[in-house]
Design a protein around this ligand. Structure first.
Ligand code: PDD
Length: 288
């Protein structure tokens, strides 16, 4: 069956045979980092960007990268192939490893646990006609949100708050400003200008965010990094959220109120089309 082969510590094996110790630091402390990488036409999209961010996340929690770029690339390429190629979503995680006992302090001399799996990638088309609903919630996370840590309990709780309110995503507010979504970055459009919060320790430097900004710059669409207040968010002409799995998604309702005229806006249409064209070029091998 496609998409049931995983990679664990040097081996490729069916997911139901993969086992990790209960003493793994990831299980006991959430002590690890991860990446989610889309695969189009059998190739990992923006792989170098994801591996670079993985390196920074590992550095941020003081785990030495267990593999070099070429080794990561070889493993992921093999995993994609073993799961049938085509379009997929790769998940990879590195934890501090299996310690002899539960102790907050770093264990000495343990090997990181390296795990990767493939999950189906669904084309986000359906949602795009009408956009999604979002709610604002208080950003209850820590001070190192730039690290893609597996410790996602705040994100889980905030996403569930959105689901419970009948919405698809939570947009997080910290000290009066929007930081990002529970699993996405946030953009607004005001008076023809695309705005997204600057990178900092308060948000994840999203790969999709960066590509959206890059596409705006390359196509002369005014785009700036700036703080976005809650009031600016609510009165924006357009709001979008971006992520590797959902790409660029228009938010058309916020806290039960329409954004703009309540329909996906013209700049979203443009950037989304540019994003699709870029993906097509990637599939055709024209960009890497
Ligand atoms: N999450 N911000 C947060 C908190 C995220 O969890 C994500 C992605 C993003 C967008 O980053 P990128 O464009 O690199 O996917 C921003 C992934 C998809 C997840 O946790 O499943």
């Amino acid at each position: 069956m496609a998409q049931d082969i995983v990679y664990l510590n040097g081996s490729f094996l069916p997911v139901h045979e993969a086992r990790v110790s209960v003493m793994d630091r990831g299980f006991l402390f959430g002590d690890g980092v991860y990446e989610v990488i889309p695969v189009y036409g059998g190739r990992a999209f923006r792989l170098e960007h994801h591996l670079q961010r993985l390196g920074l996340s590992l550095q941020g929690i003081r785990i030495g990268n267990p593999l070099d770029q070429a080794q990561w690339s070889d493993i992921l390429t093999a995993l994609i192939r073993q799961n049938g190629g085509g379009d997929q979503s790769l998940y990879l995680q590195v934890t501090r490893g299996v310690a002899p006992r539960r102790d907050h302090a770093f264990p000495a001399g343990v090997q990181p646990t390296v795990f990767a799996m493939s999950t189906p990638l669904t084309e986000p088309d359906a949602v795009l006609q009408s956009g999604i609903s979002a709610v604002t919630v208080t950003d209850i996370r820590w001070q190192l949100c730039n690290i893609k840590a597996i410790t996602l309990l705040p994100n889980v709780l905030m996403r569930q708050q959105a689901i419970d309110a009948g919405a698809a995503e939570a947009i997080l507010l910290r000290d009066g400003n929007a930081t990002e979504g529970s699993a996405s970055n946030v953009f607004i459009v005001r008076d023809g200008v695309v705005l997204t919060p600057p990178k900092s320790n308060l948000l994840l430097p999203g790969i999709t965010r960066d590509l959206a900004v890059e596409l705006c710059h390359a196509n002369h669409i005014p785009c700036r990094e700036a703080d976005i207040s809650a009031a600016q968010l609510r009165s924006a002409d357009e709001v979008w959220v971006t992520s590797s799995t959902r790409e660029v998604v228009p938010v058309t309702q916020l806290d039960g109120q329409p954004i703009g005229n309540g329909r996906p806006g013209p700049l979203w249409q443009r950037v989304s089309a540019l994003y699709s064209a870029y993906k097509q070029d990637f599939r055709a091998g024209k960009v890497h």
